[in-house]
Write a protein that binds this ligand. Structure first.
Ligand code: 6GU
Length: 393
């Protein structure tokens, strides 16, 4: 990659000679030149700015030096990046895209901006980007050119020693980075979370993902789908309503996702919720009272009930795997219990004998284990008496 930087403060870009770009240059992956825009002025004061047409405060960068610089640098076919607070916000995705370009030319604006014709002219010769590095104002685009260069150069293929660390880090997967620790395991009475010392890579990955989601929800909720921001504490934002055939596809998807966990917990893959297809889900809607829960449009949970004698059978309680552990399942259970008609005197449900999480939650909700479901080894039934209806009138 070749990078040229055009600026009236070339000394500002000295750090580019160091650090990452310095390493990339040493490896021969990057050729970098910083140019003083003033060398393309023609007056003895090397003037690069003038007062704005139409009046107003501040100065505007004159077009002529820019035009002469573009000619001298032969920008035709290059990607020209104008750094400006009114540009599009710079992102990691943009950095990755720019890393694939052969030639970048940074045009660092100062003062109140550059005469618009400079940008319009550049567009006739090059691929032009106007980029900002955030919602604040700097005196000029030099720091932005530095930041963008550093973010781009480290993504040039062959630059990083360990491409895996690129993929794992902050923003590449849309989440902030999880907290990291190194030796010693205990420092000033602060211990490294034990899971990281466990050697259980599955558990470690799950813990890190959960931490990343939690951090992102706290600090950058805008990066998450709105459904990640909910928990049982703010159920008011949830839309709960009877399921229709239009929901069947999403119910099926959620069901498959949820019962893979069950299959693993019970070492049994041949279970109905995994075997069923769309037709089965559609048909079930006529036989069960099924409700779905949506957060910001996304179907995140579902459950159903039906009367069997005097027992209200509760079934297919499911919460999207990425939203479990927030009390939604517990809340959903009491919601489905609440759908029971007057004649119901008890609740009944079943689950896999190995589904420890489910069993814990059901027991906490007042269910008692009644033994195996007839003809279904490994499946256990739980029941609970329906509390006396409190009549107010
Ligand atoms: Cl690219 N330039 C200036 N002057 N200020 C900024 C910026 C750029 N990005 C954020 N603030």
């Amino acid at each position: 990659m070749q990078i040229d930087v055009l600026t009236i403060f070339p000394d500002y870009l000295a750090p580019l000679e160091l650090s990452l770009p310095g390493r990339a240059r040493a490896k021969g992956l990057l050729e970098l030149h910083v140019h003083d825009l003033r060398q393309w002025t023609t007056d003895k004061h090397h003037t690069t700015d003038d007062t704005p047409y139409g009046g107003g405060a501040g100065m505007v960068m004159k077009p002529e030096p820019w035009g002469a610089a573009f000619d001298a640098l032969d920008i035709d076919g290059a990607t020209v990046v104008f750094t400006t607070p009114s540009g599009a916000p710079f992102t990691q995705a943009m950095a990755a895209e720019l890393a694939g370009h052969e030639r970048l030319v940074f045009a660092c604006g100062r003062y109140e901006g550059i005469d618009q014709r400079v940008i319009d002219h550049a567009r006739t010769r090059a691929d032009v980007r106007e980029i900002s590095i955030g919602d604040y104002v700097l005196n000029g685009g030099e720091v932005a050119a530095l930041a963008i260069t550093e973010a781009v150069v480290r993504l040039i293929p062959g630059f990083m020693g360990n491409p895996e660390s690129l993929a794992e880090e902050s923003h590449e997967d849309g989440l902030l980075e999880y907290p990291v620790f190194t030796k010693p395991a205990s420092w000033r009475d602060l211990d490294v979370p034990p899971v990281l010392l466990s050697g259980d890579h599955g558990k470690i990955a799950a813990w890190r993902h959960e931490q990343a989601v939690r951090r992102t929800a706290e600090r950058r909720p805008d990066l998450l789908h709105a459904s990640h921001r909910i928990d049982a504490g703010d159920l008011a934002d949830l839309e709960v309503r009877p399921a229709t055939r239009a929901d069947a596809g999403e119910i099926l998807t959620l069901q498959k996702a949820c019962w893979v966990q069950e299959a693993q917990a019970n070492a049994a893959l041949d279970i109905p919720p995994l075997r069923e297809g769309l037709d089965d889900v559609v048909a079930s809607l006529d036989r069960w009272t099924t409700h779905v829960v949506r957060a910001e449009g996304r179907l995140i949970a579902s459950g159903r009930g039906r009367l069997d004698g005097s027992a209200w059978d509760v079934g297919r309680l499911m919460v999207a795997p990425d939203l479990q552990g927030r009390g939604l399942g517990r809340w959903l259970l009491s919601y489905v219990e609440g759908l029971a008609p007057e004649g119901a005197t008890s609740y009944a449900l079943f689950t896999g004998a190995g589904s420890a999480e489910n069993l814990r939650m059901y027991k906490k909700a007042g269910y008692r284990l009644r033994g195996e479901l007839d003809g279904h080894p490994g499946v256990v039934v739980l029941t609970k008496r329906r509390p006396e209806q409190v009549r107010i009138f």
